[in-house]
Structure formats: C-alpha cells, structure tokens
Design a protein around this ligand. Sequence first.
Ligand SMILES: Nc1nc2c(ncn2[C@@H]2O[C@H](COP(=O)(O)OP(=O)(O)O)[C@@H](O)[C@H]2O)c(=O)[nH]1
Ligand SMILES: [Mg+2]
Length: 452
Amino acid sequence: MDSKSAFAALSTPFGISGVAVIRCSGSLCPSLFEEIFFLESAQPHRAYARNYVARDGTPLDLVVVTYYAAPHSYTGESMLEISCHGNPFIIQKILEDLCKRGCRLAEPGEFTRTAFVNGKMDLSQAEAVGDTIHAQSEAALRVAQNQLAGVLGRKINGVMDALFAVAAQWESRIDFPEEDLPDGGDDSTIAALEDAQATLGYLESTARYRPLLDCGIGTVLIGPPNGGKSSILNGLIGKERALVSHIPGTTRDFLEEFISVDNWCLRIIDTAGIRQSKDMLERLGMRRSLEKLRFADFVLLIFDGSVPLENLDDSLGEILMEKNGLIVLNKRDLPRAIDDGMLPGIPWPKVSVSALDCGDMAALRQQIIDTLKSNQIVPDGAPCVVNARHRECLLDAIGELNAAKSLVKEGASPEFVAAKINYALHGLARITGRETTETILDQIFNKFCIGK
Ligand SMILES: Nc1nc2c(ncn2[C@@H]2O[C@H](COP(=O)(O)OP(=O)(O)O)[C@@H](O)[C@H]2O)c(=O)[nH]1
Ligand SMILES: [Mg+2]
C-alpha cells in the first residue's frame, strides 16, 4: 500500500484574480512535482514557470510552481506552491487533478496546524497567524505580528523555566528531606513565585485589550434628541450615513460605522436620543441606546450648546459614571446658552465643537484616541495581548501559585508544594502548546480559513 499522502487547498480567495495560489503539503509532494511538471532534477525553493498538465494529458494552465523540501517549509513537510491564473475553472480543475493524483482537500487551518505539530511554531504563534489575517486595524496587526514572532511564547517560557527550577528544588526535598538545600529556602521560593505571578498577572490584565483589537473600540454617541449625535457620526466618519433632521426623535435604531484613527479601529455607534416619550418606537429605540451604552468602551455625551440644558435621566447618569468619555457641547457656531457649571457632574473632559466643521471633527477624532490613551483604555505601542484561552490558562496558573505560596507558608510537605507548582506549569504549557489535546487544537484551528 502506498502510504504517501498530501492535502491541498486554495490559499487565496476563490474568484477572479490576477493570481491564485494553491498549496499542497505532505509526503506525496515530491512525486507530484515530478509527475505534473516533469521536473526530476529540479531544485527545491526555486520558482519554475511550467505547464500544469492534468493526468489525462490536458494542459490546464501555465503556472509558477515552487517545491519546498521537508523540513524547510511552512508546514515542515514537503510542499508545493502553485501560482496559477486566478480563474475559478482553472483553480477547480487543478484541485480536482491533485485529488485524482492522491491528494485530499485540506481541513480549515490544516497547514498551520501541521506547522505547529511539526514544531515550526508554538501554539500562541499558530493562533497569531489567524489574528494576523483577520486584524481589523494596524494596532491589531502589530499585536498579532509580535505574537507571531514569538514574544508571548518567550515570556511564558521564561516564567516556566523559573518555575521548573523552583519545582525541582522542592522535588529534591522529597527525595532528600534531611539535606540542607543551598538556595531552596522558603523565602526565595515565595519571592520566585511572586515574580512569576507578577509577570502572569500583567499578561492576564492585557486580555482587556482583546475585544478592542478584535471588534474595534465601541464608541457610543448619546444624549438628548437634537443635540447633533447623528450629525457628529456623519462628521466623524466623513460621509452622510445617518439621517439628520431638526425633528427630535429622528434616530430610532442604532447605527454602527467603523473608522480608523491613529492605527486604531473605532466602532462608532449613533443612538436614539434620550428623553421622556410616549412614542412606543422611540422608547424601544431608547432602550437599545442604554443597552449599547452599557457595553461601550468610550462615550461621547452630546448636548446642543445653543439651548438650555434638560436634566439627564438619573439611570443614564449612573451608567455614565462608570464609563470613560467626553462631554461634547455641539453647535459651537450658534450663540452659547449653557455654561460648564450647568453640565452634569461627570468627571470627563469637555469639548466644544460644531458637527458642521470638518476641522472640529478631525480634532474630535484625535481627542477620542488621546483620551483613550491617557485613560489607558488602549495601550501605547504593541504589547502582548492575550486572548480568552490564554487568559483562562493564566488564571489557572496564578491560582495554583497562590496555593503553592500558602503551602510554603504553612510548612506543608514538599510534595504538596511541588505538585501545585507543577499544576501551574501544566496551565502555562497549554498556552504555548507544550501540552495540548486534540480538542484544544480543533477549537483553535476550526476557526481558521481553509488554505491557511
Ligand atoms: N447650527 C448647527 N446645527 C447643527 C449642528 N449639528 C447638528 N445640527 C442640526 O441639529 C439638528 C439635529 O441634528 P441631529 O444630528 O439629527 O441630532 P440628533 O437627534 O442628536 O441625532 C439638525 O437640524 C442638524 O442639522 C451644528 O454643529 N451646528
Ligand atoms: Mg439622531
């Protein structure tokens, strides 16, 4: 029986394009390369322009093919990379022909999963491949690229090395209880565990940035009707998206638009104005406004500065106190009817703008980001940002280290201390994939696209 196998997939989007790339990985690749392209003495890692000739002798397309010899490839297996003309018929025919020759079609994420299994990257790097492809902003891209370069893996490995050393000391106390251990004192253990916890705790805290990278910074525009919320949405995004009118209560449903500011993606949400109303639709709209507000990362509380201020709803005030935002006095072009003293006592910076002034809207965009940065809602630079899976592993590990510390302080037997430190190490090993299960891998790679 021929045990050679390979899987193949289109790695570029299916459709009409200049070039489409089909990749193939597995032990069958060397013979496929020879059979299809008649290239017996060809060198690996070199691009050849050749006719792709199907098994029945039909030339399918003039392609550029590169053969990668194992283990020097993305997956660590032998690979073929075929760049054909981006025509769906050609793509289909080539994939069909590869299948006739013994390939199967790849599962989602199978190339990257194979790369992980073959030790080409750790699990956090493999996850970063997906993040790099899906990054919605430059900030998200830079974070993903750092992780792809192994920054998170190295931090975790550094902590693991330190913990291995501590665990080894405690394990040797089990074996040689009578011996004095040179540097195995309880104080130094506590210090080492606390060091590890500080690093892990910091990493865990970065999980709060994850939704901002993945979904954009939810910036909710809220306030009484006619303040100019919809006009400000239009001004911020630079197009007439929302309906604007002098009739109060125009916006009933919320609207969401994405803009990029300073490398970050802002998800701006215009909402129905908040006021007393008997209109059922308007009240439903307001309920949605409050819902959006609860999940907001940042809020623009918008008032018409040219009319006397109405009292804010108390429940609105309570939610706002928990949030970060700016108080925006709109319609700066009209005579001012309110002064700062009349504004609600929310400790946010105040800005005066006109939604009709492009310069004001550009300044407001920048001010949103500056405030987000100074309130540390978004990080400066591109730090490690852990995902929900990493966070769970980190919390497990931190919990085990806490337990280990208590045991040391209580003077418990060394095997108990060593066991807790080892549990923490298991948690951390799941982040980089030093320890993993098929289920974890399925969960991670099923989210990938086919061909990656
Ligand atoms: N003069 C002036 N009018 C504005 C400004 N911003 C909005 N408006 C007007 O105020 C009214 C209400 O605006 P709209 O954006 O629909 O307010 P919303 O109910 O808060 O969404 C409309 O007639 C707008 O043209 C501004 O900066 N200056
Ligand atoms: Mg509106």
